[in-house]
Design a protein around this ligand. Structure first.
Ligand SMILES: [Zn+2]
Length: 104
């Protein structure tokens, strides 16, 4: 089994240990080209305007233990958050207080 890595574009052997979509469904399916042009899609954050407000998403990581394996399988999921929580997340990200992410 092998897969093409979305981070380095190389082919890695074995099953991927991290898996998930590169953008929230809403970004792909709901946002128009104009909304996407005003918004921003990063590797773990996404924001775009809709009806006068901001729709904000952050990428979460669900770690699933694999029996007999040294590492966990990480399932990446986009979660929509309130704009206030998004700003709080960004503040904590910039100040390196990553351990506090779980509290928002
Ligand atoms: Zn890679």
């Amino acid at each position: 089994m092998s897969y093409t890595c979305s981070v380095c574009n190389q082919i890695h052997l074995g099953p991927p240990w991290v898996w998930g979509p590169e953008a929230p469904d809403a970004w792909n399916a709901i946002a128009s080209d104009a909304q996407r042009a005003e918004g921003e899609l990063g590797s773990d954050q996404c924001v775009f305007p809709e009806a006068g407000r901001a729709r904000c998403f952050v990428l979460g990581r669900l770690e699933i233990p694999v029996p007999g394996a040294e590492e966990s399988f990480a399932w990446l999921v986009w979660v929509e958050v309130q704009p206030n929580d998004f700003l709080e997340y960004e503040r904590k990200m910039e100040s390196g207080r990553t351990r506090e992410f779980a509290t928002i």
